[in-house]
Design a protein around this ligand. Structure first.
Ligand SMILES: Nc1ncnc2c1ncn2[C@@H]1O[C@H](COP(=O)(O)OP(=O)(O)OP(=O)(O)O)[C@@H](O)[C@H]1O
Length: 271
């Protein structure tokens, strides 16, 4: 389905991603972990064609993504939607218009200039917001929402493109543990219910273990682990993070597990 072969990115002398090989045969939910600078963002940016590979190839359903140019590349970017740590919404614009921005690729310049959207798209946007539990926020300005709500708006905007793949670059790094949990569960639901592939860069081990079917570990641009959460032992994690025997998983951990163990308020309370 998605085949990444010898994918490499060089910035001058620096090799940010070094001959990455990843085979994904089904629409899985995959977490990419590794310390800062390991090459996680660069890998996702090449997948989405925001950045060109220096070497190697990406094949999706036997189509050569690395070779796509112009309209084909833009179309790929719709099929392979990306969400970011900082949400990248238009802060002063209302939520539903932000979601409708997900259709920009297929609208005419004139329609875009006058903010004209087909009624069916508006209904679709509201349905998606409803699915993510934030339909009542639709008329508000994006900047008025909490971080977790804004990230769900960004997910809704991505879903508007009806993507086969969702790439998430540290989607919960700016969120408190409870909102992080809501956002990760939304991504998991989208993966399970729609059969979409999700590939997320994650800065915490426990999140990768908890939500992903498969975890890929990167260190210094190389893939040093590719396996199931069960195979991700503390020893393996220590190797991925290049840590010594004093390595503590708690150092890469959000407080989600801790919250679950205490009588924290229910998740619905933050919707
Ligand atoms: N545009 C660029 N120009 C030069 N070097 C870059 C550029 N983008 C990334 N790098 C370098 O490539 C390496 C990998 O960076 P990347 O952002 O992919 O890592 P990361 O694992 O996503 O880290 P973080 O979690 O901090 O974002 C780093 O050494 C980084 O400094």
């Amino acid at each position: 389905m998605l085949s990444i072969n010898g994918l490499t990115k060089r910035f001058g002398d620096k090799i940010a991603v070094d001959t990455a090989n990843i085979q994904i045969n089904e629409p899985a939910m995959i977490g990419i972990i590794g310390r800062s600078g390991a090459g996680k963002s660069t890998l996702l940016r090449m997948l989405n064609r925001l950045s060109d590979a220096s070497d190697g190839e990406i094949l999706f359903k036997n189509e050569d993504v690395t070779a796509m140019r112009g309209a084909a590349r833009r179309q790929w970017q719709s099929r392979c939607a990306m969400i970011f740590q900082q949400f990248n919404l238009v802060p002063r614009m209302d939520v539903v218009s932000n979601v409708l921005h997900g259709t920009l690729n297929r609208r005419s310049t004139l329609a875009t200039m006058f903010n004209l959207y087909p009624r069916s798209d508006i209904h679709k946007a509201i349905d998606i917001l409803d699915r993510l539990g934030i339909a009542e926020q639709a008329p508000k300005r994006a900047e008025a929402l909490s971080g977790g709500q804004q990230q769900r708006v960004a997910i809704a905007r991505a879903l508007m493109q009806d993507p086969a793949i969702i790439l998430a670059d540290e989607p919960i790094a700016s969120l408190d543990p409870m909102n992080a949990q809501v956002v990760m569960q939304s991504l998991r639901d989208i993966h399970e219910e729609d059969g979409r592939m999700v590939i997320a860069n994650l800065h915490t081990l426990d999140t990768a273990r908890r939500y992903c079917d498969r975890v890929i570990g990167m260190r210094d641009g190389r893939i040093v682990f590719d396996g199931t959460p069960a195979q991700l032992t503390t020893g393996v994690a220590r190797d991925i993070y290049g840590a010594g025997s004093d390595f503590s998983e708690a150092a890469t951990s959000t407080e989600i597990e801790t919250l679950d163990r205490t009588d924290a308020p229910k998740v619905e309370a933050v919707a």
